[in-house]
Design a protein around this ligand. Structure first.
Ligand code: NIG
Length: 393
């Protein structure tokens, strides 16, 4: 028996962002009056309006983009830290210490509850236009709870990241090197099979360059891809370490020296900005213009977590990047699609081209400019893609 995959056409698209300059106008490859035919979840054709398929979604002249790729989230957690945020808005600085508060809440939550919470956050992200997502562990900080967090994350996405080196847990106080040995040993052995990536938080108050290098090298030896949190709260060695180790991405990049930017530009390491974290922690915004003009690849991600950035909205991040990080709207849109894909080393997502994943975001607006022009407005009319298909609730 031959099984014929069902097809879907998104028709009557006013402005289609393909992210392929060979298909349309400008760096975003914009095609006007377009249709996209998706068969078996894969883009079969980009054409003019009026294409036929088994099912039809009428975009009614709206803008359609590739589904957003959110390459940095911490969705597996219990509790919230609204009080910490409120105190911060009253002048208290952010230092990452609240990670232990969330660790206590997460360790104390049932696995069922954690699944429910992750599903709710995924549904929120999906309705905000995200179709591909990376999810980190990092609020377990012991073998059982880190592995449990990764099992949960991996249920919903192949892009799961082991972040045992997020912060020193209380039981290892004053024994950071012992904890790093534990992360590189028993914890990593438990993580393998549930994680594609390994990550570490390289920052004063978290882990230093040698400790993070040990984590990354152990992860590499175990077959994991590498990523790093760096240069969030001040200048430091994170970017240089990420480039030295060949990380796919170094995330935050709030404080970058000229030497950091040169290193990024000469490397394959993506500079991932997390503007909602800078917003929520009252950090300065990075000057993305310097990084882009130097030739580095950039991404923007939500960093959804209960401490520094409790949002799943990449539209919000786009608006900040355009208003305060000196990015053009085109660059910001590309950073949450193609940039996010580069940060997780995927070339099947972040674009709408024949052969790519059929993940699309339909706006309630005629052009992508409205994502920055209408900040805070829910402009995502419909999200087509598998993030929602990965879970049932
Ligand atoms: O990416 N920087 C480290 N990790 C998170 C914050 C986690 C928290 O405060 O709970 C981040 O901002």
């Amino acid at each position: 028996m031959t099984v014929v995959a069902s097809s879907l056409v998104i028709d009557n698209i006013g402005s289609l962002i393909t992210n392929d300059p060979g298909l349309g106008r400008g760096p975003l490859g914009i095609v006007e009056e377009a249709s996209v035919v998706i068969t078996g979840g894969v883009v079969e054709a980009i054409g003019s309006a009026g294409a036929m398929a088994d099912r039809r979604v009428d975009a009614a002249g709206a803008c359609v983009l590739p589904g957003f790729v959110d390459s940095h989230t911490h969705l597996v957690f219990a509790g919230d830290r609204a009080e910490e945020f409120t105190a911060r808005m009253a002048g208290r600085p952010y230092d990452g210490g609240g990670i232990r508060v969330t660790t206590d809440a997460t360790r104390g939550a049932s696995t069922d509850l954690l699944h429910q919470l992750v599903r709710r956050r995924l549904a929120e992200a999906h309705s905000a236009g995200t179709t591909t997502i990376e999810i980190k562990s990092g609020y377990g900080l012991n073998v059982i709870d880190e592995v449990r967090s990764l099992e949960i994350a991996h249920t919903y996405t192949p892009e799961s990241t082991f972040l045992g080196a997020h912060l020193l847990p209380a039981e290892f106080e004053d024994r950071a090197d012992d904890y790093i040995d534990h992360v590189c040993g028993e914890m990593l052995r438990g993580a393998v099979g549930h994680a594609r990536w390994i990550d570490a938080f390289c920052e004063t108050g978290a882990f230093d360059a040698d400790q993070c290098r040990a984590v990354l090298e152990a992860g590499r030896a175990a077959g994991l891809g590498l990523r790093l949190h760096g240069n969030q709260l001040g200048h430091g060695p994170g970017v240089q370490l990420a480039v030295e180790c060949g990380c796919a991405s170094v995330d935050h990049c709030t404080y970058l020296s000229d030497v950091d930017i040169e290193a990024l530009a000469a490397s394959d390491t993506v500079a991932t900005f997390l503007p909602a974290a800078d917003f929520s922690t009252r950090q300065p915004y990075p000057d993305a213009r310097r990084v882009i003009d130097a030739g580095a690849t950039v991404a923007i991600a939500s960093n959804c977590n209960p401490g520094s950035s409790y949002t799943t909205s990449l539209s919000f991040c786009i608006a900040i990047a355009v208003r305060d990080m000196h990015m053009t709207i085109d660059e910001a849109v590309q950073a949450v699609t193609l940039g996010g894909a580069a940060a997780i080393r995927r070339d099947d997502v972040g674009r709408l081209t024949p052969g790519s994943a059929g993940h699309a975001t339909i706006l309630d607006a005629p052009t992508h400019h409205h994502l920055a022009y209408r900040p805070g407005v829910p402009l995502i009319r419909q999200t087509i893609g598998p993030l929602g298909a990965h879970y049932s609730g």
